[in-house]
Design a protein around this ligand. Sequence first.
Ligand code: SAH
Length: 317
Amino acid sequence: MIRDQGLISVEQYMGLCNALYYATRDPLGAAGDFTTAPEISQMFGEIVGGVLADCWLRAGAPPNAAYVELGPGRGTLAADALRVLRHAGFAGAVHFVETSPLLRDAQRRRHPQADWHDSLVTIPAGQPLLLVANEFFDALSIRQWVGAKERRILFEGDRLEFDVNGAIREDSPARDAVAWEIGAQLDVRGGVALIIDYGHVKTGLGETLQAVRSHRYSDVLANPGEQDLTAHVDFEALAKAASIGSIKVTRVVCQGKWLERLGIGARAAALAEAHPERGQEIASERARLCDADAMGELFKVMAIHSANWPSPAGFDE
Ligand code: SAH
């Protein structure tokens, strides 16, 4: 496309590269490019499931509510969250929004009863949503701006280069559109959404687009479609886009603080007691999820819920 057109935007580049990347591999885990929170420990998905179960019970346990996940990866988070939800009496449908055929297959092996969608709009009407998106928004395309000029990519000889450099600002119509859709769907159906990702609480300046390959940072313009492209999630922008009708958005809290408040310490202790030989391992998994020098502060959690559903636990100071 660049050879044909001369230039493409960062937004187009990121969208095309990631579509190819996710369609052609399972990027998760030690043998892949990066490891996500649910792949580190079952405790992460269990706490997500516990928060959703608590909300669902306080909402009166509507039997038609559905578990919905955006970009479920290997289906690990869904497996851990649903184990807790089922234990609480939840027996609703499971819907996955996933574009990669390869990851859909991996998800189908673990969740044969699930339904797959390209977006939220095809989920059957009337079902309130228990929605989760973990490390989903960071993979959606961003735009970069240098002043009023949208940054683009071209060839310099055989090398890809940016057309302009300077002080960069980022935004993301793709993310805003999904956040808006979550707000719109929750406003009509009722329910709650948990958004977990790495990013910042307030809209700011600066370049955050990055490439990761085999657990190392790589050049963004190298190996197009063969490395993970992500950018920090601007939670202020997501909150703004989702705030429609009578939708409520919680404050944004750090993942570490959120998990600690919701009892990851007690869960780690119970697991270590049941499996004493894994005690050290469980402690280091908790540290990876919660410590400030690991995922604890960079990753943030925010919830969006309809006015007729309760606010989920873990967000009050
Ligand atoms: N949530 C999982 C996986 C994160 S990787 C975990 O925490 O382990 C990002 C996921 O989002 C993958 O499943 C990927 O295929 C999916 N994805 C990326 N872009 C997407 C898009 N535009 N629409 C739907 N799914 C997408």
